[in-house]
Ligand binder design. Structure first.
Ligand code: MG
Length: 168
Protein backbone atom coordinates (compact mmCIF):
# COMPACT_ATOMS: atom_id res chain seq x y z
CA UNK A 1 0.00 0.00 0.00
CA UNK A 2 1.23 3.48 -0.88
CA UNK A 3 2.22 5.62 2.10
CA UNK A 4 -0.20 8.48 2.63
CA UNK A 5 1.26 11.96 3.16
CA UNK A 6 -0.13 13.90 6.12
CA UNK A 7 -2.82 16.39 5.12
CA UNK A 8 -1.98 19.94 6.02
CA UNK A 9 -5.11 21.73 4.76
CA UNK A 10 -8.73 20.81 4.01
CA UNK A 11 -11.19 22.70 1.80
CA UNK A 12 -14.91 22.37 1.08
CA UNK A 13 -16.89 23.59 -1.93
CA UNK A 14 -20.49 23.31 -3.10
CA UNK A 15 -22.48 24.51 -6.09
CA UNK A 16 -25.91 24.26 -7.70
CA UNK A 17 -27.22 25.10 -11.15
CA UNK A 18 -30.71 25.10 -12.60
CA UNK A 19 -31.44 22.45 -15.21
CA UNK A 20 -33.25 23.26 -18.45
CA UNK A 21 -34.16 21.10 -21.47
CA UNK A 22 -31.81 21.15 -24.44
CA UNK A 23 -28.71 22.48 -22.64
CA UNK A 24 -25.50 20.43 -22.29
CA UNK A 25 -24.86 18.66 -18.99
CA UNK A 26 -21.15 18.74 -18.12
CA UNK A 27 -20.01 17.16 -14.84
CA UNK A 28 -16.36 16.99 -13.83
CA UNK A 29 -15.34 17.96 -17.35
CA UNK A 30 -17.33 15.05 -18.83
CA UNK A 31 -20.27 15.61 -21.18
CA UNK A 32 -23.11 13.45 -19.89
CA UNK A 33 -25.95 12.32 -22.16
CA UNK A 34 -29.04 14.04 -20.76
CA UNK A 35 -32.27 15.72 -21.94
CA UNK A 36 -31.54 18.58 -19.50
CA UNK A 37 -28.40 20.62 -18.84
CA UNK A 38 -27.11 23.38 -16.60
CA UNK A 39 -28.27 26.94 -17.12
CA UNK A 40 -25.14 28.99 -16.39
CA UNK A 41 -22.82 31.75 -17.58
CA UNK A 42 -19.95 29.25 -17.97
CA UNK A 43 -20.44 25.58 -18.94
CA UNK A 44 -22.29 25.17 -15.62
CA UNK A 45 -20.10 22.31 -14.39
CA UNK A 46 -21.12 22.04 -10.72
CA UNK A 47 -18.37 19.49 -10.03
CA UNK A 48 -15.51 21.67 -11.25
CA UNK A 49 -17.03 24.79 -9.67
CA UNK A 50 -17.26 22.99 -6.31
CA UNK A 51 -13.76 21.63 -6.77
CA UNK A 52 -12.39 25.11 -7.52
CA UNK A 53 -13.99 26.47 -4.35
CA UNK A 54 -12.67 23.54 -2.29
CA UNK A 55 -9.11 24.17 -3.55
CA UNK A 56 -9.41 27.90 -2.87
CA UNK A 57 -10.96 27.21 0.52
CA UNK A 58 -8.07 24.97 1.52
CA UNK A 59 -5.67 27.89 1.07
CA UNK A 60 -8.16 30.50 2.39
CA UNK A 61 -7.92 32.00 -1.08
CA UNK A 62 -11.40 33.42 -1.60
CA UNK A 63 -13.99 31.88 -3.89
CA UNK A 64 -14.68 31.23 -7.56
CA UNK A 65 -16.86 34.34 -7.83
CA UNK A 66 -13.98 36.54 -6.65
CA UNK A 67 -11.66 35.14 -9.31
CA UNK A 68 -14.10 34.64 -12.18
CA UNK A 69 -17.13 36.95 -11.85
CA UNK A 70 -20.16 35.67 -13.77
CA UNK A 71 -20.68 39.23 -15.00
CA UNK A 72 -17.41 39.01 -16.97
CA UNK A 73 -18.01 38.15 -20.66
CA UNK A 74 -14.61 36.37 -20.70
CA UNK A 75 -16.21 33.45 -18.81
CA UNK A 76 -19.28 33.12 -21.06
CA UNK A 77 -19.64 29.40 -21.88
CA UNK A 78 -16.17 28.91 -20.37
CA UNK A 79 -14.65 25.45 -19.96
CA UNK A 80 -14.60 25.20 -16.17
CA UNK A 81 -11.33 23.24 -16.23
CA UNK A 82 -9.59 26.61 -16.46
CA UNK A 83 -11.06 27.60 -13.08
CA UNK A 84 -9.56 24.46 -11.52
CA UNK A 85 -6.24 25.13 -13.25
CA UNK A 86 -6.15 28.68 -11.87
CA UNK A 87 -6.93 27.42 -8.36
CA UNK A 88 -4.23 24.75 -8.74
CA UNK A 89 -1.69 27.47 -9.63
CA UNK A 90 -2.51 29.13 -6.30
CA UNK A 91 -2.28 25.85 -4.41
CA UNK A 92 1.16 25.19 -5.90
CA UNK A 93 2.27 28.78 -5.14
CA UNK A 94 1.37 28.05 -1.50
CA UNK A 95 3.76 25.06 -1.53
CA UNK A 96 0.91 22.54 -1.47
CA UNK A 97 -0.64 19.85 -3.66
CA UNK A 98 -3.91 17.89 -3.62
CA UNK A 99 -3.65 14.54 -1.87
CA UNK A 100 -7.33 13.63 -2.06
CA UNK A 101 -10.70 14.78 -3.36
CA UNK A 102 -14.11 13.44 -2.41
CA UNK A 103 -17.08 14.40 -4.59
CA UNK A 104 -20.84 13.99 -4.08
CA UNK A 105 -23.06 14.79 -7.07
CA UNK A 106 -26.77 15.36 -6.37
CA UNK A 107 -28.85 14.69 -9.47
CA UNK A 108 -32.26 13.11 -9.81
CA UNK A 109 -31.78 11.99 -13.42
CA UNK A 110 -30.16 10.76 -15.56
CA UNK A 111 -28.35 8.03 -13.63
CA UNK A 112 -24.62 8.69 -13.99
CA UNK A 113 -23.50 5.05 -14.15
CA UNK A 114 -20.24 4.73 -16.05
CA UNK A 115 -19.85 8.53 -16.27
CA UNK A 116 -18.72 8.45 -12.64
CA UNK A 117 -15.50 6.68 -13.60
CA UNK A 118 -14.85 9.13 -16.45
CA UNK A 119 -15.42 12.04 -14.04
CA UNK A 120 -13.05 10.47 -11.53
CA UNK A 121 -10.31 10.16 -14.13
CA UNK A 122 -10.72 13.69 -15.46
CA UNK A 123 -10.72 15.22 -11.96
CA UNK A 124 -7.62 13.19 -11.06
CA UNK A 125 -5.91 14.52 -14.18
CA UNK A 126 -6.79 18.12 -13.32
CA UNK A 127 -5.48 17.65 -9.77
CA UNK A 128 -2.33 15.79 -10.87
CA UNK A 129 -3.43 12.84 -8.73
CA UNK A 130 -3.80 9.11 -9.24
CA UNK A 131 -7.49 8.19 -9.78
CA UNK A 132 -7.29 6.28 -6.48
CA UNK A 133 -7.07 9.68 -4.79
CA UNK A 134 -10.47 10.79 -6.10
CA UNK A 135 -13.85 9.52 -4.91
CA UNK A 136 -16.99 10.20 -6.96
CA UNK A 137 -20.43 9.45 -5.55
CA UNK A 138 -23.83 10.17 -7.07
CA UNK A 139 -27.09 10.47 -5.15
CA UNK A 140 -30.64 11.38 -5.97
CA UNK A 141 -32.65 13.69 -3.72
CA UNK A 142 -35.52 11.25 -3.27
CA UNK A 143 -37.91 13.45 -5.23
CA UNK A 144 -37.64 16.25 -2.67
CA UNK A 145 -36.93 19.95 -3.39
CA UNK A 146 -35.47 21.47 -6.56
CA UNK A 147 -32.85 18.75 -7.01
CA UNK A 148 -35.33 15.98 -6.34
CA UNK A 149 -37.83 17.50 -8.76
CA UNK A 150 -35.17 17.50 -11.48
CA UNK A 151 -34.96 21.29 -11.64
CA UNK A 152 -31.36 21.55 -10.41
CA UNK A 153 -28.06 19.70 -10.12
CA UNK A 154 -25.80 20.20 -7.09
CA UNK A 155 -22.41 19.05 -5.86
CA UNK A 156 -20.31 18.96 -2.71
CA UNK A 157 -16.53 18.50 -2.74
CA UNK A 158 -13.93 18.13 -0.02
CA UNK A 159 -10.23 18.25 -0.85
CA UNK A 160 -7.20 17.50 1.30
CA UNK A 161 -3.89 19.17 0.54
CA UNK A 162 -0.42 17.90 1.47
CA UNK A 163 2.92 19.64 1.40
CA UNK A 164 4.22 19.73 -2.18
CA UNK A 165 7.56 18.19 -1.19
CA UNK A 166 5.77 15.13 0.27
CA UNK A 167 5.13 13.78 -3.25
CA UNK A 168 6.40 10.21 -3.58
MG1 MG B 1 -21.43 27.24 -10.58
Amino acid sequence: MMPHPPLVRIGIGCDLHRLRPGLPLVLGGVRVESPVGADAHSDGDVVLHSLTDALLGAIAGGDIGDLFPDTDPAWKNADSAQFVTAAMDRVRAAGLRPAQADIVILLERPKLGSAKEAIRRRVAELLDLEPAGVGVKAKTHEGVDAVGEGRAVACHVVVGLAAAESKT
